[in-house]
Design a binder for this molecule. Structure first.
Ligand code: S3P
Length: 179
C-alpha cells in the first residue's frame, strides 16, 4: 500500500446490482462508520431521480454531478461510500477515490446481475430493448476499471452478510498498524 494514501474511508465500486448499497450499510455498521451513497446524495441534492436527470439533462450532466461529488468526498473520514456503477469508469474519479479510501469492488456475473436487477426499473441505462445484452456489453467495457480496485470480491455465491464481513475484514487488514 502506498504511503501517501489516506485510507480513512472505504469506497465500494462495482456494477449495478452487485449490492453496493445493501452491503455498504452492513459494512458501515460493522466498522462503526457512517454510510454514504453517491446516487442518494445526488438525488437528494437535486430533488430529482436519476432517471429524471438522465432524461432531462442527459448522462454527461449526471457524470459531472458524480465527479464534483467525488471531489467533495475527499474531506470525509470514517465513511463507507457506495458509488454509482459508472463512477469509477472515469479514471480521475477512481484515482481520487484511491487517495482517500480503500477501494473495494463487488463483482458479479452478468447472469447474477440480471437476476438481481430484472424486477427493478430505476436504472436508466437498463431501459433498453435488450437489457441482458446491455449488461454484458457494459460489464465488459467496465471490467478494466473495476479491476483496478484494491480488493475484488465475487458476490455471486455469497449472502450479503458474508460479503459484508469479507469487506470489513479487508479494510481492517489494510489499515492495521505496522508491527
Ligand atoms: C449507473 C449506476 C447507477 C446510477 C446510474 C448509472 C451506471 O447506480 O449511478 O443509474 O452507470 O452503472 P447503481 O450502481 O447503484 O445502480
Amino acid at each position: 500500500m502506498q504511503n501517501h494514501r489516506q485510507l480513512a474511508n472505504l469506497a465500494l465500486v462495482g456494477f449495478m446490482g452487485t449490492g453496493k448499497t445493501s452491503i455498504g450499510r452492513l459494512v458501515a455498521e460493522q466498522l462503526h462508520f457512517h454510510f454514504l451513497d453517491t446516487d442518494e446524495i445526488i438525488q437528494s441534492r437535486t430533488g430529482r431521480t436519476i432517471t429524471d436527470i438522465f432524461a432531462q439533462d442527459g448522462e454527461p450532466a449526471f457524470r459531472a454531478l458524480e465527479k464534483n461529488l467525488v471531489g467533495e468526498l475527499a474531506t470525509q473520514t470514517g465513511a463507507v461510500i457506495a458509488t454509482g456503477g459508472g463512477l469509477p469508469t472515469n479514471a480521475e474519479n477512481l484515482e481520487s477515490l484511491k487517495n482517500f479510501a480503500l477501494v473495494v469492488c463487488l463483482w458479479a456475473s452478468p447472469e447474477k446481475i440480471w437476476e438481481r436487477v430484472r424486477s427493478q426499473s430505476h436504472r436508466p441505462l437498463l431501459h433498453d430493448p435488450n437489457p441482458q445484452k446491455k449488461i454484458r456489453e457494459l460489464l465488459t467495457a467496465r471490467e478494466p476499471f473495476y479491476k483496478q480496485a484494491d480488493v475484488l470480491i465475487n458476490t455471486d455465491l455469497r449472502a450479503a452478510r458474508e460479503v459484508a464481513q469479507q469487506v470489513a475484514l479487508q479494510y481492517k487488514l489494510a489499515t492495521r498498524p505496522p508491527r
